[in-house]
Design a protein around this ligand. Structure first.
Ligand code: ADP
Ligand code: MG
Length: 690
């Protein structure tokens, strides 16, 4: 079977299952195998009831001693049974499982697996999984993969499919030369794929992961370096001079630039008027005021008679930039003739915009990556600014070059990256850092709390809305997916949560929800309504993580905060504290484990993105395999530029070496690598899609 085969070619996958897989973006066997497990479940040896730690999944081996009681609450049947081992006893609570009265024999030993909660002297376990001691023994000390699920598709079903695919597929032969494998101590590609799904033990899992991460970095860096000509210092084809426009705009702005903004603006001005093409990254924490710098650079471009483009990773953010700029034009009479171009526009609308771009009628084009697609022909594109993006994709740059344009590039990002990594990842990009925030801001007040704090939080939210403010609530999931969350806290989802919140808040408050799977038009509408103030509380996934600027929003409440990386939480926090009002952040943790709370407390202590990212790293040991992502800006499936920095360095050295010894990959030992790179590199630098 070919890896490109449709998933329906697997036994047991019919049309119905195919649709379920499609919801996970799995269409081919290759997609299935590339959907690596989210994490692994370990079935540890049973422990004594008395010594069992609370708040984490444990297994106990206990005998049923009897039925404590049984009751009905509405449609819910609740059964309490007691069980004990030599060390103590335990109350087991089962919901709608009355049949257990018959199947669980009094005096019989079973393994119960779940989370133990203690109240006073009594220990209890709700809805534990039940195994016979023999069955459980077979599972112990193995790593069972846990996949991302969707309603109707169980973890077990996916496991079965993956096993089948692994046994039927023809695998790509090993593509690295023996030297590369040996020098970097790499497992073979086929073995890594099998092991990542079904690891024999923890050590081989680590090795498999390392191989996969190496591959990701290798393809990415190879493609990037191959295209170095495009990144090298190019002649400035669009030389500019400073005009009165930017000076006048700055005079009219209600605030002065911060010192840091001023310094970066000077660097940009010099770039645009120097004899080389600009290739600059601006790093600045959330709220440091990057947008205004983009506007200034674009204004200088327009004043010099050229076109500029401003590219955002999401339509929502693109629309917001468009509105900001239109407002500036209205207020300050700027010389922009702005146009918006996003994927969700009708083809007629798009055609109109294309015409305005090719005639030069529009001189500032704002949009998503639709901006640099085939059909768009620019009259005189001289500057491309990308917001909330660490790098301007190599392919994107190539596209533009093919059209005969070599524009200046300005990339803006809030994700801090240490200089050593930046050099590997960007080559010779110039880096400007905005290390200061506008002084007028009140610092955000934070709290890290457990779920029992919710009623208080809701009262607080109602109070802020009363004062005319607005609120974000973030949940990790879109819909109530049937994830197997045994032993871990319940994951809140946007759709149900919005409903719950409507009931918990006073009547009349406008609650709406937003997530990435909504139609773009709907997403944009909700975001516009929120920006206009007609929605009070917006329950959302992290789609609002990047860039959104609604200064009237003063509360950010994050549910299941334990599920997010600190850097991401910091980014979310950056959505408030953008105006003159005092802002608040409520991080609700679904788990009150000591380590979890300590990690989240870092956010309480610091408001500095760079510090937070580095503290987070320190806390994550090397065993933290699937470290919560620091940054979604680099679209690696598994690699994390921070915690896998050493692998990144190795891949970088390996790429350098091959490019030195066999730059065109003509040696026989590099033939398979050449083919592999041609096939995979194409999508390794795509923009992140939300
Ligand atoms: P980010 O760096 O996160 O993209 P923005 O550019 O969206 O931040 O700026 C956040 C808010 O701060 C905006 O409302 C913007 O108008 C305001 N702002 C930007 N620069 C300054 C400044 N120098 N003084 C006061 N407010 C500023
Ligand atoms: Mg921004």
């Amino acid at each position: 079977m070919k890896k490109s085969a449709l998933i329906t070619e697997l036994k047991g996958v019919g049309e119905k299952t195919q649709k379920l897989y499609a919801r996970l973006n799995i269409r081919t066997v290759d997609d299935l195998l590339a959907a690596y497990p989210r994490d692994y479940e370990t079935f540890s040896e049973p422990v004594n009831i008395a010594q069992a730690p609370s708040e984490e999944a444990v297994a106990v081996c206990a005998a049923i001693t009897g039925i404590q009681n049984e009751k009905r609450v509405g449609k819910l049947h609740i059964l309490n049974m007691s069980a004990s081992d030599t060390s103590g006893s335990l109350t087991l609570t089962f919901y709608n499982m009355a049949f257990l009265k018959k199947t669980l024999k009094r005096g019989g030993f079973y393994i119960f697996r779940g989370v133990i909660r203690r109240r006073g002297n009594t220990a209890g376990m709700e809805q534990p999984k039940i195994y016979s001691p023999e069955d459980y023994r077979k599972l112990t000390n193995r790593l069972i993969p846990r996949y991302s699920l969707t309603k109707g598709l169980t973890n077990q079903a996916i496991q079965k499919c993956v096993r089948q695919a692994l046994s039927l597929c023809d695998f790509e032969p090993e593509y690295y030369s023996r030297a590369v494998l040996r020098d970097n101590d790499l497992m073979s590609a086929g073995e890594a794929l099998e092991t990542i799904h079904f690891p024999a033990d923890y050590d081989s899992l680590l090795k498999a992961r390392r191989r996969i991460v190496f591959d990701e970095f290798f393809s990415f860096l190879f493609l990037m370096r191959k295209n170095r000509e495009l990144c090298e210092r190019l002649k400035n084809e669009h030389p500019m001079i400073e005009t009165a426009d930017t000076v006048r705009f700055l005079e009219q702005l209600p605030f002065p630039l911060t010192k840091a903004q001023d310094k970066v603006w000077k660097e940009i001005r010099e770039d645009l008027s120097s004899s080389y093409c600009m290739n600059r990254l601006i790093q600045g924490d959330v709220g440091s005021g990057k947008t205004i710098l983009a506007v200034l650079a674009l204004l200088m471009t327009a004043a010099n008679g050229y076109q500029g483009a401003l590219m955002a990773p999401t339509e929502v953010l693109a629309m917001q930039h468009y509105e900001t700029v239109t407002e500036y034009v209205r207020k300050y009479g700027l010389t922009f003739r702005p146009a918006l171009l996003v994927g969700s526009m009708s083809s007629r609308e798009k055609k109109e915009i294309y015409a305005k771009i090719s005639s030069g009628e529009a001189n500032l084009i704002i949009g998503t990556h639709a901006l640099i697609q085939e059909k768009v022909q620019y009259a005189s594109l001289a500057l491309v600014v990308t917001d909330e993006q660490h790098r301007f994709g190599v392919r994107q740059r190539e596209h533009l070059a093919e059209k005969g344009n070599v524009p200046h590039i300005l990339v803006m990002s809030a994700t801090p990256i240490p200089r050593t990594l930046a050099i590997i990842l960007y080559g010779d990009l110039n880096i400007s850092v905005i290390d200061e925030k506008p002084a007028s801001r009140l610092p955000i007040k934070n709290c890290v709390v457990g779920t029992s704090y919710r009623p208080k939080a809701y009262r607080f939210i109602a109070g802020e809305v009363e004062k005319g403010r607005q609120v974000y609530v973030i949940c990790p999931q879109i819909e109530g997916d049937e994830e197997d969350t045994e032993g871990s806290p319940v994951l809140e989802n946007v759709v149900d949560y919005a409903e719950k919140l409507k009931n918990a808040l006073p009547a009349g408050l406008q609650v709406a929800f937003l997530h990435g799977k909504m139609r773009p038009g709907d997403k944009n509408r909700i975001m516009e309504e929120f920006a206009a103030g007609s929605i009070d509380v917006l329950v959302s996934t992290t789609v609002i993580e990047v860039g959104i600027n609604v200064p009237n929003a003063t509360v950010m409440m994050v549910e299941n905060a334990e599920r997010f990386g600190l850097a991401q939480l910091h980014q979310l926090r950056g959505r408030v504290g953008r105006g003159k009002h005092q802002s608040y952040c409520i991080f609700v943790s679904g788990s009150e484990k000591k380590e979890t709370m300590e990690r989240l407390e870092i956010l309480n202590r610091s408001n500095d993105g760079f510090f937070i990212a580095s503290e987070d790293l320190k806390l994550r040991g090397p065993g933290d395999l699937f470290g919560i992502r620091q940054s979604g800006e680099f679209s690696f499936r598994m690699g994390d530029i921070y915690s896998d920095a050493s692998v990144l360095k190795r891949a970088s050295d390996a790429v350098d070496r091959i490019l030195r010894e066999d730059p065109e990959l003509t040696l026989p030992e590099n033939q398979l690598l050449r083919i592999h790179l041609l096939e995979t590199a194409a999508d390794s630098v795509d923009f992140r899609s939300l």
